[in-house]
Design a binder for this molecule. Structure first.
Ligand code: ATP
Ligand code: RIB
Length: 308
């Protein structure tokens, strides 16, 4: 397959709307709760597929209703689920509080995601035949490392969104072509790897670890850093944010889709920033991920704003 393989998590998100995120020891009342498809792996697979990429998802769900919802959702987005296993553990779930400004806090119970402990030969074959492998850190790290090494050997582009952040072994860093992190993850990674963690110039300094680094900057947009090139900053579109859940995932999936269809890294960055700006205007993770036509319209609007 010449598309994208995502190796990662799939969750069902229980999203509580609150005025403000509770502090430790505090109870707040919610205005409502909704259930939606989520999980960083599933979100990124859906984002890549809706942005136009042929996509395959490798992960695990439980033998339960939530697992059926995930399978049906991925299939509805034309994502290949041949490699999706059914585990004896329940489907992963996330408890999410979203406040009035669209900010969130998330607790994830991995469930079946923790059972993605080995790659099958079919997984490895799919990764080797793909143009890009996209991963996050909600499944066992050992599997992430194994998948990255399979991809590296096959010259499949390896993109890691290092979220939620944890210490990364050198063998994984060495296999990465593109690292995507938010500012907090960038600072943690720097601290763990003897790179000065101050935010100023951090993306450029992380090039000591990976040849291409993208730092997502929330409402400020995203910056691209490549060995031997100047930093590129793409400002975010000005939107009314209602829910940031999955914005980073939308960004990653759209960026990967742009790159494998031949966009330059700069253009893929603009495409991803446009996609993510739409996701924050809408509620939920998977429900807020835009289709390609909407991304193109948003990207064109921003080009017009620049020329006007
Ligand atoms: P999340 O964990 O909420 O999915 P993240 O922390 O991984 O997100 P962010 O840097 O917050 O990543 O957001 C990812 C991208 O989404 C940003 O680079 C930006 O393009 C877009 N984005 C986020 N917040 C906003 C906003 N308020 N307005 C416009 N675009 C936004
Ligand atoms: O990045 C957002 C995702 O993080 C949510 O969909 C939630 O499931 C957690 O994995």
């Amino acid at each position: 397959m010449s598309g994208i393989v995502v190796v990662g998590s799939a969750n069902i998100d229980q999203v509580f709307s609150v005025d403000r995120i509770p502090s430790p020891g505090e109870t707040v009342l919610s205005h409502g709760v909704s259930t939606a498809l989520g999980g960083k792996g599933q979100n990124q697979a859906v984002a890549a597929a809706r942005a136009g990429a042929k996509t395959c998802f490798v992960g695990a769900v439980g033998a339960d209703n939530f697992g059926e919802m995930v399978r049906a959702g991925l299939t509805a987005d034309s994502i290949d689920v041949t490699q999706l296993r059914t585990s004896h553990k329940p489907t992963g779930t996330a408890l999410i509080a979203v406040d009035g400004t669209g900010e969130n806090t998330i607790i994830v119970e991995p469930g079946a995601n923790s059972e993605v402990t080995v790659l099958t030969s079919a997984d490895a074959a799919a990764i080797s035949a793909a143009s890009a492998l996209v991963m996050q850190l909600e499944i066992p790290l050992k599997t992430v490392v194994e998948a990255a090494r399979v991809a590296q050997a096959a010259e499949t582009l390896v993109i890691l969104n290092a979220a939620p952040i944890q210490e990364l072994p050198r063998v994984l860093l060495d296999a990465l072509d593109v690292l995507i992190v938010n500012e907090h993850e960038a600072a943690d990674l720097a601290r763990d790897n003897d790179v000065a963690p101050e935010l100023e110039g951090l993306g450029q300094r992380l090039l000591a670890l990976v040849p291409t680094v993208i730092v997502t900057l929330g409402s400020k947009g995203a910056s691209l850093h490549r060995v031997g090139s100047a930093e590129v900053l793409v400002p975010a579109h000005r939107v009314t944010a209602v829910d940031a859940t999955g914005a980073g995932d939308t960004f990653c999936g759209a960026f990967a889709a742009g790159v494998i269809e031949g966009m330059s890294a700069d253009d893929a960055l603009r495409f991803a920033v446009a996609a993510a700006s739409i996701s924050v205007e809408n509620h939920g993770a998977v429900p807020s991920i835009p289709l390609r036509a909407a991304i193109e319209t948003r990207a064109k609007e921003s080009r017009q704003q620049v020329t006007d």
